[in-house]
Design a protein. Structure first.
Length: 496
């Protein structure tokens, strides 16, 4: 009988990569998610046991942890939840997991935290340390707390921030923390230690530091990227007047990284964060090929992104505070005030050709209507701390359930016929955008529906304010999508 691993955070950047590696290592894997549809299209979905639950619901955790040999805790709250701060949410969830794991008789907990020095820490680093302390303090279940440096890999938020800052800014005016020492580690090596940690002796209940072979300043990391990407060296001017708050706003504006993610990333760079001990190698041998250096990690990440082989990305991590409930079915709308914009358009293209255009929407392909208006809306969202329009998409041609798509998220995709997007931009209400491709006489019928559930007076005023633009944006969008499909049909009528 195979050992059972329960993964919390399987839809995130690390968890989405860990699950298939645990399966390949011979583990049975159970994942706990709030919405099962988020895993519908991942390649390993049919190889795991998916359970519905919530870290704030102890009973659902006890059920999920029954029979678990190891529990991986790979979640991290980036912002407030309801009336609680993110620190309170983190303490609550960690305490629930520790208690439920003990009640269920689980073998051990493995938590991935971050490297940190002794002394005063940023709010996010302090919160991550507290989560590890909660697990280590539970006497009935041993815990392994892996404290990793900045993770470098294709799709990681740290890699994306380094890349965007380096590529966008020919001269970097930065806070003095760019002179601090950090010890990055390749995502490949983090995953290696996570899998191997499940086999550590049951008597161990402690932290282990994880870092790659290179200790660098952050400005050296940026210029290391410039060298690997074929860019000239970026001069970096460190100013003491730039606070972490100002720096996170700047990162939010000039990169696709939203403010909610920029704040903890910047916070982790305010102090020297380097490995204090290598005790892990007393129990786990280093990877056979050795730990990857920073420049080699960059080369691998760039090669994977260039080749379209990004396994998981920061883009698809859940956005704290963004709407996550699915669109109610039409008969239930009686309890809501609903605003809609409906468009439909015939095209000489086949339904398959029309669908190809629909599934390719967003990212570098754009939204087929009034690009300036979409850009302005994206910048407005960025300014108020939203995800903005530059989050892009993971694949240029294929979408999966749960994928981020600029300031939308794929809520439902019935490949070939329906794409439903749920808005994650900051709006006073809840919004969706649906696109359908149906067979019609002589070609295909394109149907488009924008749906908005306003919240309070602000939501109603918001809809009225944008109403004059709908005729330009949504009507133009329908016309250009069908025109693009028709052009595809003209170029290659036999295209399936």
């Amino acid at each position: 009988m195979n050992p059972l691993a329960v993964v919390l955070g399987s839809t995130g950047y690390i968890g989405g990569r860990l699950v298939p590696r645990l399966l390949d290592a011979g583990y049975d894997v159970r994942v706990l998610v709030r919405h099962a549809n988020k895993l519908r299209d991942v390649p390993w979905a049919d190889r795991v046991n998916v359970m519905i639950g919530d870290l704030e619901d102890v009973e659902s955790l006890r059920e999920a942890f029954t029979g678990a040999d190891v529990i991986y805790y790979l979640v991290h709250s980036m912002g407030p939840s309801g009336q609680r701060s993110f620190e309170q949410t983190e303490r609550l969830c960690a305490g629930n997991v520790a208690r439920a794991a003990a009640d269920a008789g689980a073998g051990r907990i493995i938590y991935l935290g971050g490297l940190h020095p002794e002394g005063t820490l940023s709010r996010h680093l302090q919160s991550r340390k507290e989560v590890g302390d909660i697990f280590l303090a539970e006497p009935r279940v041993p815990a392994i707390v892996l404290q990793a440096g900045v993770v470098i890999g294709s799709g990681s938020a740290s890699f994306e921030m380094i890349r965007q800052l380096t590529e966008v800014l020919p001269l970097m005016v930065a806070p003095r923390w760019v002179r601090n020492k950090v010890q990055p580690i390749a995502i490949r090596d983090v995953l290696y230690y996570l899998v191997a940690a499940a086999g550590l002796p049951a008597s161990l209940n402690r932290t282990f530091d994880l870092g790659g072979p290179d200790v660098l300043r952050y400005d050296e990391m940026m210029n290391g990227y410039a060298a690997e990407a074929g860019l000239r060296r970026r001069p970096v001017i460190a100013l003491p007047v730039l606070t972490p708050w100002l720096a996170s706003q700047w990162v939010n504006l000039v990169t696709p990284i939203p403010r909610s993610l920029a704040v903890p990333l910047i916070g982790s760079l305010q102090q020297n964060c380097v490995v204090a001990e290598r005790d892990i190698h007393q129990y786990i041998d280093p990877p056979e090929a050795g730990l990857l250096g920073y420049r080699e990690s960059l080369r691998l990440a760039l090669a994977r992104e260039t080749g379209g082989e990004v396994e998981t990305s920061w883009q698809n991590s859940s956005v704290r505070g963004a709407p996550s409930d699915p669109l109610p079915s039409d008969p239930q709308w009686a309890g809501h005030l609903v605003y809609q914009d409906n468009q439909q358009q015939l095209t000489t293209a086949t339904p398959q050709q029309l669908w190809q255009v629909i599934e390719g929407i967003g990212g570098d392909n754009g939204w087929y209507s009034f690009p300036l208006a979409w850009s302005v809306r994206g910048w407005m969202d960025k300014i108020v701390g939203g995800v903005g329009l530059r989050r892009g998409r993971l694949s240029p041609t294929r979408l999966n359930t749960g994928d981020a798509l600029d300031f939308w998220r794929v809520e439902q995709i019935d490949r070939g016929s329906l794409l439903r997007l749920r808005a994650e931009m900051k709006v006073p209400g809840r919004a969706w955008l649906e696109m359908r491709a149906e067979e019609a006489e002589g070609g295909a019928l394109y149907q488009q529906r924008a749906i908005f559930f306003p919240k309070g007076l602000g939501g109603r005023l918001y809809w009225l304010a944008v109403l004059p633009f709908h005729g330009v944006i949504f009507k133009g969008m329908a016309n250009r999508i069908t025109a693009a499909a028709a052009s595809m049909a003209d170029d290659d009528p036999a295209l399936p």
